[in-house]
Design a protein around this ligand. Sequence first.
Ligand code: 5RP
Length: 258
Amino acid sequence: MSHFMSYKGYLMTRSINKIRKRCDNMKNDEKLLLKQKSAQKALSYVKNGMVLGIGSGSTVREFIRLLAASSSLDLQSIICIPSSFDTESLLVKANLRLGRLNQFSKIDLTIDGADRVDSKLNLIKGGGGALLREKIVAAASKEVIIIVDESKLVKELAGSYPIPVEVLPLAKVFVENALQKLGGKPSLRLAANKLGATITDNGNMLLDTEFTKIPDIAKLEEEINNIPGVFENGLFSNRLVTRIIIATTTKGIIVKEK
Ligand code: 5RP
């Protein structure tokens, strides 16, 4: 295990703030290299004949590129279930075999990224707005591998990144009030090149909700989903995660298993 070490050990030897500072100063090509390393390691878990869930985001994009270039796998035997329109387009462009979730009772393995990861393998996802389909695909999978670079590591999810909540547009104000009652501070995610809200692949809105305290992650995940008008939220408690692959600048690849 020369360049493999425990995740906990890594968190103990390096302060998260130092890691964050280093990552903030990192150039884009250095970040890309870490994403590629994490994606490369994930590829070693893919086997011929698998039904493979494919997450969304820039790290997953690297995984798709590496999968499509693989010479050791029989790509025609692997069926890819996308978790977003963006991922579907990338899979089509890469000539990979597409499938639909409704065709299969189980997905063998899902590979996805994350916005934040804590030391117990709880996640915040949904920075790319694909959280609803991502969570369905993850929940339908026998195994879920999360691929990240070290900039995603945090000691605590609370206060580290807003939790995206996917909401039926007509229930926006009702859900905002309910999120405030749970201690959250929601703000509507705006579109980049259009007036008004970001609309998800499913025709809904996103409320990016800051929580400064999360005493029980699984409980908050459930409480948010219990609000009528909410489809899903970006808290992925560790019950959904099998393994996390973290690419680091100083310690190589860290694989953390549950
Ligand atoms: C999209 C997601 C992504 O997995 C998450 O935003 C990480 O993306 P990236 O690999 O680009 O940092 O949850 O909804």
